[in-house]
Design a binder for this molecule. Structure first.
Ligand code: F6P
Length: 324
């Protein structure tokens, strides 16, 4: 292994995601395994600017693999989007003797990392930490599996009450501009319909399906991704067209971001955390470590953020076949 790095900085940035702690643990322990020092940076890029550093050892990441959130805390930093802010962050990082960074987050985090790494010639490796699963170059992002399981648990409960009252529920899940949480959790709960931004929500098609669909069903669940057709607007449209339906809207919100990570997220975070440190030692920079078809691969940061994952058409077809 090529060896030029002695001290790694690690931070989490953007929206938190279950499994970030497992990733922090893996990065810290892998760095120590290879006799590197590790410095934690609190509150993402904001903490880098303000000099919020802490030395990390094996014990500092003990008993966190199972915890949601991020022990390093996170933030969305407006200051880091300015040249001035990034300069301050670099001066702080340099004063700590940090030679390379591992950043855990999503597209905003990687956009910042790419510019920062280029401006100051700093090796940076990204780990995909977001519930949205909206990064190219990894089958799944850290936190996605937990979020969809949380959504499934919540919607199963809504199904109980929907069934008791013979109601139609429109349920909005997170995902910013990406419908992958809605798609998988929707299939998992046996939703009657799933509306996602990628397929240009076809409201007339949904209304038609509701019209011609089975009349003996007592409850219907319509999953809607945020960023597409608004759930409340859709609720109004459905109420107007089908006044006899007892319709309710439920927005699951930030519950999807918390909780214990699933085993799948813990293993993913552990594998990618090891890969990030080994990647830095191999001389990689400006890349994201991800799993493609189950194997660790490195994808340039700008590729990971600029290319949307294709929505698996066969999953959409499943909904058409199994619903209504
Ligand atoms: O990117 C993760 C995410 O939870 C998105 O799904 C959502 O649109 C956004 O963050 C919400 O951000 P905030 O927590 O800042 O309201």
């Amino acid at each position: 292994m090529e060896r030029q790095i002695n001290k790694i900085g690690i931070l989490t940035s953007g929206g938190d995601a279950p499994g970030m702690n497992a990733a922090i643990r893996a990065v810290v322990r892998t760095a120590l395994y290879y006799d590197l020092e590790v410095v934690g940076i609190r509150r993402g890029y904001e903490g880098a600017i303000n000099g919020e550093f802490l030395e990390m050892d094996r014990k500092s990441v003990a008993n966190i693999i199972q915890r949601g959130g991020t022990i390093l805390k996170t933030a969305r930093s407006a200051a880091f989007q300015t040249t001035e802010g990034r300069k301050k962050a670099y001066e702080q990082i340099k004063s700590q003797g940090i030679d390379a960074l591992v950043v855990i987050g999503g597209d905003g985090t990687f956009t910042g990392a790419k510019i920062f790494g280029e401006e100051f010639d700093l090796p940076i490796i990204g780990l995909p930490g977001t519930i949205d699963n909206d990064l190219y170059g990894t089958d799944f992002t850290i936190g996605y599996d937990t979020a969809i399981n949380t959504a499934v648990d919540a919607v199963d409960k809504i199904r109980d009450t929907a069934e008791s009252h013979d109601r139609v529920f429109i349920i909005e899940v997170m995902g910013r501009d990406c419908g992958l949480i809605a798609l998988r959790s929707g299939i998992g709960v046996g939703a009657e319909a799933i509306l996602i931004p990628e397929t240009k929500t076809d409201v007339p098609h949904l209304l038609h399906r509701l019209e011609v669909g089975r009349k003996d069903k007592s409850s219907k669940i319509i999953m809607v991704a945020e960023g597409g057709e608004g759930a409340f607007k859709l609720g109004e449209i459905i109420k107007e067209k089908f006044p006899h339906y007892d319709t309710r809207v439920s927005v699951l919100g930030h519950i999807q971001r918390g909780g214990k990570p699933t085993c799948m997220d813990r293993v993913l975070a552990s594998r990618l955390g090891v890969a990030a440190v080994e990647g830095l030692l191999e001389g990689r920079k400006a890349v994201m470590a991800g799993l493609i078809h189950g194997q660790v691969e490195f994808t340039p940061l700008d590729h990971a953020i600029k290319h949307n994952k294709d929505v698996n058409q066969s999953l959409l077809k499943i909904v058409e076949i199994l619903s209504l």
